[in-house]
Design a protein around this ligand. Structure first.
Ligand code: AMP
Length: 290
């Protein structure tokens, strides 16, 4: 295993780990060498948003490890687990171009062996919004993130603000369970027209892709009105009407919330505009600061 750390100085290819043991061995050797590790958990189908997380990990840690695991427990039965985009070779090539040191890509049996029976519930930040529409989602996320953090024992772990409620959930998880990893939230990377990069954007038909940036535009508008102390309810209604007129479908939620607790914003402290709206069959989520 000492060899694999040495290889890092000679090979632009990331090391590829399939087992928890390989990951743990890398961690042990890095610790012995006095090196820090930054972990970037992902479900693959990597894009520039994921790579921004990896770039930050590289910048502030000695080694960046990207994990690629389409976690079945965070998908409900009616969701897109089976058709979620999978492109491991392209993902690893992208990681290589960004100087990622190692990729951890376990299979489902490695993460959830027979008789696996534990689940972590983070209460307080998970019940509303995404939690209301995806009731089993955050237990799946919290459990797999706890596993990844305990497997890799990174000094820092990087999560996108794109999944804002997830980021707050993970921060609460590590606080509550005293997991010794610092969680770093990374700003959302967007297309030039404002659409947040997402692995699920590949589902959008061309005419949907053209109107998709309107979600972000409307959230920006609500944020500005909230910032100026204007009528938030009216601004949300206007956004819903605007999106509907443009061809968007069901609105799961559009709300202005406290940026930390995710309770409805009372005008005090930092606010965040969060939303989940369907465009055709694709469910887009986005959020912006007030
Ligand atoms: P996913 O593969 O969708 O589970 O995302 C893995 C990580 O990348 C999560 O922490 C996401 O919040 C983050 N992420 C996804 N899209 C973006 C984006 N457009 N900008 C920044 N981070 C992102």
């Amino acid at each position: 295993m000492r060899l694999t750390i040495l290889q890092k100085f000679t090979s632009p290819e990331p090391l590829l780990f399939r087992t928890v043991k390989e990951l743990r061995d890398f961690r042990s050797n890095a610790t012995r060498a006095g090196k820090t590790i930054g972990l970037v958990p992902t479900m693959g189908a990597l894009h520039a948003g994921h790579m921004e997380l990896a770039n930050q990990a590289k910048r502030i840690c000695d080694y960046a490890i990207v994990t690629i695991f389409v976690n079945p427990t965070q998908f409900a039965a009616n969701e897109d687990l089976s058709k979620y985009p999978r492109q491991e070779a392209a993902d690893i090539a992208l990681c290589a171009r960004h100087g990622v040191d190692a990729v951890f890509a376990p299979d489902a049996a490695e993460m959830y062996p027979p008789n696996f029976g534990s689940s972590i519930t983070v209460s307080g930040v998970t019940e509303k919004w995404e939690g209301e529409f995806r009731p089993t989602h955050f237990a799946g996320v919290a459990t797999v993130v706890a596993k990844l953090l305990l497997q890799a024992m990174p000094d820092k772990a990087f999560f996108g603000k794109k999944d804002y409620q997830q980021l707050q959930t993970v921060k609460k998880l590590v606080r509550d369970l005293n997991i010794p990893t610092q969680i770093i939230g990374v700003p959302t990377v967007r297309e030039a027209d404002g659409l947040a990069l997402s692995s699920r954007n590949v589902y959008l038909a061309p005419h949907e892709r053209r109107v998709a940036p309107l979600l972000n535009k409307n959230l920006q508008n609500i944020a500005q009105i909230a910032h100026q102390g204007g009528d938030i309810e009216a601004a949300v209604e206007k956004a819903k009407a605007d999106l509907s007129a443009a061809g968007f479908g069901k609105v799961d939620y559009i709300a202005v919330v406290n940026a930390e607790t995710l309770e409805e914003w009372n005008g005090k402290g930092e606010g965040r505009v969060i939303a989940a709206v369907y465009l055709g069959k694709t469910r887009l989520i986005d959020n912006v600061a007030v």
